[in-house]
Design a protein around this ligand. Structure first.
Ligand SMILES: Nc1ncnc2c1ncn2[C@@H]1O[C@H](COP(=O)(O)OP(=O)(O)OP(=O)(O)O)[C@@H](O)[C@H]1O
Ligand SMILES: [Mg+2]
Length: 493
């Protein structure tokens, strides 16, 4: 084999690797087939056929991106052939070779979209190459479009399915059946919840910290007709007044330093859905007026705006304060109190419904087992007795934490026994009697401070975090922080 032969073979191979597109040429004149094959063969995989019938067979077998057919052929005309080609391979680009001008049928074929372009005889090889190249580029784009559109519709379909699944999951997670209780007190709570869920009435949920106010608020939303819309929650104690106002009502750009752009408030975000105003008892007088306005007229005004907007939002509020007493003490607006308390759902503290403790304890044991990969089977009788006797000032949350802690520290025991409980639950430390002993000879304010210090210390020791200690003490975390500073208590972390 000579050197030039070898180079020729290499060249041919490279060309075939670079020729992704197949072209079919159909003409009854062999000379034309040959000439077009020469023009296009270097860049494309060219197939030739002497008749429309033979062409259709090739079209069935091969991957063809572009078809060129002669207009005039003995049995099947070019137009007829291209028509049939659409059925066999609708995606291939169709071109027509035309010698003389039967413009009528040609123009019709082009107009009806059956032919992409025609090549008139005689042709310039370069022009044919250029036309074919453009046609195939358009073809590639169109094919890609089809594929992308299919992928997109696929992805949309999957997203829709996923949404349905997530929505069900959310509804399940926040359903009534996630709220456990068999005491008569909880039965009454469920009854009111069920009734109120079917309405748009404003609900005030009251109860000590950790009694399940959050859970109840979500369950009411997800059991009602607004469940397909948003549930947004805002803790009113978590933010200083101006920030809370902008969070709830939104603001216009420049309404205050740092307001760089317009911002939607949660009332607007929750439009047609539900807003949950947690710790509503901690709001300041200015905020109380604004809340009253939304509840009365469904109107909000963005900070820094002069006009008002109307929103359709169901309001559920919660508080662990005695709001009625706050009204008497002029800490809370009476009119707002009655607007919020259209229906009140009061969740009694756990110590007043001790009958719920066993079912809750078992539920949290299962949950912790699953979370931590343990298999604790249950509680000894003495352990259950201790759980039922404990005052649970942190209510269900404290019970949940206690059991989670037990499971975490259980080692290889397979039952929860009294020794595994914290000192508090075992009744060894931090009992109220001990915490309240303060020297009687101190001035009142100092004695109160001393008592506060001890209660805070005990709460932090029992819960392990300031956030939870604040909840246990029934005060916002910010207040706890401030109080600790004033009492010169170490931060400790
Ligand atoms: N009846 C119940 N059944 C199952 N879990 C409950 C129940 N009540 C409360 N819990 C659980 O106890 C924890 C505290 O509940 P939640 O956060 O709803 O209390 P809260 O009343 O909102 O407390 P806070 O006033 O501190 O905000 C959550 O983990 C919740 O899932
Ligand atoms: Mg809460």
């Amino acid at each position: 084999m000579s050197e030039s032969d070898a180079a020729g073979i290499e060249g041919a191979r490279a060309a075939s690797g670079d020729r992704p597109f197949g072209i079919l040429i159909v003409d009854d004149e062999p000379a034309i087939l040959e000439s077009l094959e020469m023009t296009l063969g270097a860049d494309y995989r060219v197939h030739t056929a002497g008749s429309g019938e033979a062409g259709l067979e090739i079209l069935l077998r091969e991957e063809i991106a572009l078809v060129i057919a002669d207009q005039v052929m003995p049995n099947m005309s070019g137009v007829e052939f291209l028509e049939k080609a659409i059925d066999v391979n609708p995606h291939a680009v169709r071109m027509m070779l035309t010698g003389y001008a039967d413009i009528g049928s040609l123009a019709r074929a082009i107009n009806e979209g059956r032919i992409y372009r025609y090549i008139s005889k005689p042709w310039e090889p370069d022009e044919v190459r250029l036309n074919v190249k453009r046609a195939l580029e358009a073809h590639a784009l169109a094919t890609e479009n089809v594929q992308l559109a299919a992928a997109l519709s696929d992805a949309n379909e999957r997203l829709r399915a996923e949404n349905v699944y997530l929505r069900r999951e959310v509804e399940r997670r926040y359903g009534f059946d996630q709220i456990l209780g068999e005491s008569p007190q909880m039965m009454r709570v469920f009854e009111v919840m069920e009734k109120v869920a079917q309405t748009d009435a404003t609900v005030l949920i009251t109860g000590e910290t950790g009694t399940g106010k959050d859970l109840v608020a979500r369950a009411i939303h997800y059991a009602g007709s607004r469940k397909g819309q948003r549930f947004v929650a805002q803790n009113c104690a978590a933010l200083p007044d101006t920030l809370l106002e902008s969070e709830l009502f939104g603001h216009k750009r420049g309404a205050f330093t740092g307001a760089h752009a317009d911002k939607k408030g949660l009332f607007e975000v929750a439009h047609r859905g539900t807003i949950f105003l947690d710790e509503v008892g901690e709001t300041q007088p200015g905020m109380q007026v604004r809340l009253l306005r939304v509840l009365q007229d469904g109107e909000i005004r963005l900070l820094g705006a002069s006009d008002t907007r109307t929103v359709d939002v169901r309001v559920i509020a919660a508080t662990n304060r005695d709001l009625k007493k706050d009204v008497e003490d002029d800490r809370f607006r009476e009119d707002l109190y009655y607007r919020l308390r259209v229906v009140e759902v009061h969740i009694p503290p756990l110590r007043e419904r001790r009958g719920d403790i066993p079912i809750l304890a078992h539920h949290f044991l299962d949950k912790s087992n699953e979370k931590m990969g343990r298999t604790l089977r249950g509680f000894t009788n003495a352990a259950m007795d201790a759980l039922c006797a404990h005052p649970w000032s942190g209510n269900v949350r404290e019970l949940e934490n206690e059991i989670e802690r037990c499971v975490a520290l259980a080692g290889d025991s397979d039952t929860v026994s009294v020794e595994m409980f914290s000192d508090e639950v075992r009744g060894k430390r931090g009992a109220p009697a001990e915490a309240t002993v303060v020297p009687a000879d101190l001035p009142l304010s100092e004695a109160v401070d001393a008592l506060k210090r001890r209660m805070i210390e005990a709460a932090i020791a029992a819960t392990g975090s300031k956030t939870q200690a604040a909840q246990k003490l029934g005060i916002p975390r910010q207040s706890l922080q401030k109080m600790m500073k004033r009492l010169e208590m170490s931060d400790g972390g």
